[in-house]
Design a protein around this ligand. Structure first.
Ligand code: SF4
Length: 202
């Protein structure tokens, strides 16, 4: 059953990624991106982290969110520190192409977000997480009112912000501790449900 579930997710995701690869909806991004990116990780993950867009020297090059650049490395350290494994969670971005055209803070425009958001909503349907963590205000602000209310939704600041504001790191760790606490509670409730179902079926 689990393998079948994984296989179905993989097929849907492959179909989804193939559609993304040729997307040319945003004129400026088509000219400056290295590649179109999608998410990475465990297709059955209960938790999904959603950032803003691929970083110039990170995801834009590797195709994998939160990798290679300073904020990606810091994000991965945080995952580890709070008991998550990068390959076991699912990470993605709200905008799939890097806005590497010299703009400030790599902020996608409203038009680019509107062009891309349906890809993300489709990706969420395929992964079907129980908990979504928006990473940074661009992801948080643009998902308000768009998520199914059965999905728990929490927020952490973007790691790039904390790299510039190290004095706020303790507050940041508190945000992560909250995510960790809620996720492990969710996981433990789920494990209990599975155990009682197994007993019932014996
Ligand atoms: S950002 Fe999204 S909508 Fe815009 S070109 Fe890239 S994939 Fe297409």
């Amino acid at each position: 059953m689990k393998d079948l579930e994984q296989e179905t997710n993989q097929k849907d995701l492959t179909f989804f990624v193939n559609g993304l690869k040729t997307c040319e909806k945003c004129d400026r991004l088509v000219r400056c991106r290295k590649q179109v990116t999608s998410g990475y990780g465990n297709l059955k993950s209960k938790i999904m982290f959603i950032g803003q867009c691929p970083g110039i020297s990170g995801c834009n090059i590797t195709g994998i969110p939160f990798t290679k650049d300073r904020s990606g490395k810091y994000f991965q350290q945080l995952l580890k520190k709070f008991g998550f494994h990068f390959d076991e969670v699912y990470t993605t971005n709200i905008v799939k192409c890097c806005p590497n055209d010299g703009r400030k803070n790599l902020n996608p425009t409203d038009e680019e977000i509107n062009n891309c958001i349906n890809y993300l909503l489709k990706e969420i349907k395929i992964i079907n997480p129980k908990m979504i963590i928006t990473v940074g205000s661009v992801a948080r602000n643009n998902l308000i009112g768009k998520l199914d209310n059965t999905i728990l939704n929490y927020h952490v600041w973007h790691p790039a912000y904390i790299l510039r504001q190290k004095n706020r790191e303790e507050e940041y760790f508190d945000q992560w501790r909250r995510v960790q606490r809620i996720f492990y509670k969710l996981k433990s409730d789920d494990d209990k449900k599975k155990m009682s179902l197994t007993r019932f079926m014996k």
